[in-house]
Design a protein around this ligand. Structure first.
Ligand SMILES: [Zn+2]
Length: 457
């Protein structure tokens, strides 16, 4: 996959509906010219004798262990068709399986031609042989509009968290799976702009990619010391709210880069106003163009929170859904830290007093233990971990650790953790181990109190 950061929005005229992006053309050309002896629809070997017999087909085989390296998506957002070009790592077992619950699969090929496949219980099993080299699959499909924040939404944007990538493209939703992406959209309706990353150049969780269609206006907010361009895409009528919510966003991003390490998902980032309908609040960490609910566009904490997921939650993926606090607790803490760093002590105190009120409110009836011994055995959608308890108790855990070890030492430990696990998956225990190793402190009283206990320590 290319590693260059590419422009994130596609004007209406640059990709006519139904066209293949260049990458797909390349795929087909390669298939036709460099492997002439294999049977491929539309390809001859140039001898006039017709194609030779193809390889023996492999029966569809369930294999969810095959590592996905990259996924290229070409989506026609009007026809609601997709072509996924998926590169798999070498494997010593045949078969490859993907979640496709919301898709209708139309064809599956590798570079030598069509493959046998079967769809069962929302799972696509492909008859692809084991390989000592990377294997490239091309899957054509249709997708559909989803109704419950679980795929492409009627409002014109996607929402795949936590386990709904299979409603937009063939994938594995387990959060430890890291994939690079290329995305091309066609069929963007007249008068709308599509905001999405053309490339996600480092391994990301499969809920991270997104696109949003709307009458967007882009406002450049500044460029960080490291050269990252920070902006905001807002919808009509949101100029004032966007300006209020993002007035320090470029400085926040600069502080995150300087304090914890280089951002890994491209050279251009932005908050994007998300039309989630009335009553929706918060945001979604669709880096590098994370979504902010329209009703939260004026809230700096939400913008800073989603930006911080570029380091924790996305930059370092959670290994298990049970590690949700590693994502949400960490970035809730960092949103307060970043806003204080750029806005002053009073700003930080205001964030913490709001957090305190949120904690007190939610702990009454939704308290739960934040660290569990299992890994990917819970459904986060229905589990008590999916509540503001995780965000707030997680934030106060870090605040307590900070009070014990000192702010600079905790920042150094977080930087070390990010450097160690960047673009990989980790558990909350790895964070605890790193903090203790880097600071020399025993933080078990805070772990036991905030993460493994109930109530407020
Ligand atoms: Zn979050």
């Amino acid at each position: 996959m290319p590693t260059a950061a590419m422009p994130g929005s596609l004007p209406l005229t640059s990709a006519p509906p139904g066209s293949y992006p260049d990458r797909m053309k390349h795929f087909l050309t390669l298939a036709c010219t460099s492997i002439p002896l294999l049977v491929l629809a539309g390809c001859g070997d140039g001898s006039g004798k017709g194609p030779e017999p193809g390889p023996v087909p492999v029966a569809p085989t369930e294999n969810l262990d095959r590592d996905i390296l990259s996924t290229g998506l070409a989506l026609d957002v009007t026809a609601m068709t997709g072509e996924a070009t998926i590169e798999l790592a070498p494997a010593d077992k045949p078969g490859a399986s993907f979640e496709v619950a919301g898709l209708v699969v139309q064809s599956v090929e590798d570079t030598s031609g069509p493959l046998e496949y079967a769809v069962q219980d929302g799972r696509l099993d492909i008859g692809v042989k084991e390989s000592a080299e990377n294997t490239t699959l091309q899957i054509k499909y249709t997708y559909t509009t989803q109704k419950a924040f679980d795929g492409y939404l009627a409002e014109g944007l996607t929402f795949l968290w936590p386990r709904f990538c299979g409603n937009l493209f063939p994938c594995k939703s387990v959060p430890s799976e890291g994939v690079t992406f290329e995305i091309a959209l066609s069929g963007v309706p007249m008068g709308k702009e599509a905001v999405f990353p053309a490339a996600i150049p480092a391994d990301a969780p499969t809920y991270m990619p997104a696109f949003a269609l709307g009458e967007y206006t882009h406002v450049a907010l500044g460029t960080t010391t490291a050269g990252t361009k920070v902006g905001v895409y807002h919808l009509p009528g949101e100029e004032a709210a966007a300006a209020e919510g993002t007035k320090d966003l470029a400085a926040v991003f600069d502080w995150l880069e300087k304090t914890y390490g280089a951002y890994s998902f491209g050279g251009e980032v932005a908050s994007v106003s998300a039309e989630w309908g009335p009553g929706a609040y918060g945001g979604m960490e669709h880096h590098p163009y994370w979504h902010i609910a329209r009703e939260a566009m004026n809230d700096p904490v939400t913008h800073a929170h989603e930006a911080a997921h570029g380091w924790f939650g996305n930059g370092v993926r959670i290994a298990c859904w049970e590690d949700f606090v590693l994502s949400e607790g960490t970035v809730s803490y960092l949103a307060a830290r970043a806003l204080e760093a750029v806005g002053g002590q009073a700003v930080g105190e205001k964030v913490w007093s709001d957090y305190q009120a949120e904690l007190d409110a939610v702990i009454q009836d939704q308290d739960t233990v934040l660290m569990l011994d299992t890994c990917n055995t819970i459904d986060l959608i229905t589990h008590p971990l999916w509540s503001n308890v995780t965000y707030m108790k997680g934030a106060f855990f870090y605040r307590a650790v900070e009070a014990q070890v000192g702010r600079d030492k905790l920042d150094a430990a977080l930087e070390k953790f990010y450097g160690t696990y960047k673009n990989r998956a980790a558990r909350m225990q790895d964070m605890i181990d790193t903090i203790e190793a880097e600071t020399g402190a025993d933080i078990s009283v805070h772990v036991d109190g905030w993460l493994k206990g109930l109530g407020k320590p």
